[in-house]
Design a binder for this molecule. Structure first.
Ligand code: FE2
Length: 302
């Protein structure tokens, strides 16, 4: 089952446009598709919480409008990012079919602009319902049978996307022994480049019990492998970056939906891989937010 939604080809798009209206030949999406790609830049989203009803509002936020807005910001960048990665909690609350229908329709403009979209699942997703919603997409073989894991290779780093969805609507996450074993083996087999691990749940470093239940095992695996430079997650709806004692950067993405703390920003992060690190720029939805536009340059541990 796919967790990668590939770009919609220009030919497919052209055919759709011609059917709809000749005027659409001048669609901004076609201009977007012809932009140069920056193969080292990635657009990172998390916690989109899209509901079936596009008008649905939670905690004063219209999640559909927010995902639409962040997608447009990515499409409007002067250079096209290599990919978009969304680190889970795609659906509003318990992963309904309609949530995923609306969610995937909101990703179409990014895909038409020739960006692949890579997805992770969170505790508000439902794996079987998600798979059913995307069953018409091209399927790929999953390396871990009952979970959505992937290795995404890019020129300056390999991205390891994990699946920490344990039980829908149960707050903590769990990777499980099979997935952890796959991660260790896959990291060992791909040690030639810096590795970035992406997972929905935040690792528990003593702060709360609603995080990743097998954090200790995950941290042991990544800390011992020096090619792992960063761990990226969502779940807390709180933007933040820390470096742990082993030098791994812990990057907590903001939600595109609602922050739990009203002072935290919502939005997305533009990530640029350098030879020796990662540049992150927060793009808050509220352009007046003090964090909006802040750039952080992370250096990789030795
Ligand atoms: Fe969430």
């Amino acid at each position: 089952m796919p967790i990668h939604l590939p770009p919609i080809s220009r030919r497919q798009f052209l055919a759709r446009s011609l059917t709809a209206s000749a005027g659409l030949l001048l669609s901004p999406n076609l201009f977007a598709a012809s932009r140069k790609v920056d193969e080292n830049t990635w657009a990172l989203f998390s916690d989109t919480h899209v509901a079936a009803d596009p008008a649905h509002i939670a905690r004063t936020v219209n999640m559909t409008a927010n995902l639409k807005a962040v997608a447009k910001e990515v499409i409007d960048l002067p250079k096209r990012p290599a990919a978009v990665l969304i680190s889970g909690d795609l659906a509003f609350n318990h992963g309904e079919k309609g949530d995923y229908e609306n969610f995937t329709s909101l990703l179409a403009p990014l895909r038409k602009a020739q960006m692949p979209v890579h997805l992770a699942l969170g505790n508000h997703d439902h794996r079987a319902t998600f798979w059913d919603a995307v069953k018409h997409e091209k399927t790929i073989t999953r390396p871990v049978v009952d979970r959505e894991v992937a290795i995404l290779r890019s020129p300056r780093a390999n991205w390891f996307v994990l699946d920490s969805l344990d039980k829908t609507l149960s707050t903590p996450g769990l990777l499980g022994e099979t997935q952890l074993a796959w991660l260790g083996k896959s990291l060992d087999g791909n040690a030639d480049k810096p590795a970035i691990v992406v997972v929905h749940h935040n690792p528990d470093r003593g702060q709360n019990k609603g995080s990743l239940l097998d954090s200790k095992a995950l941290l042991e695996i990544v800390r011992a492998r020096k090619q792992v430079k960063a761990l990226i997650f969502g779940h807390t709806h709180h933007w933040g970056i820390q470096q742990d004692e082993s030098g791994i950067h812990m990057i907590n993405l903001p939600p595109t939906a609602y922050p739990f703390d009203s002072t935290s920003p919502n939005g997305w992060v533009l990530a640029k891989l350098e030879k020796d690190g990662l540049g992150l720029e927060l793009r808050a939805l509220d352009k007046a937010h003090k964090e909006h536009g802040r750039v952080v340059d992370l250096k990789w541990r030795a």
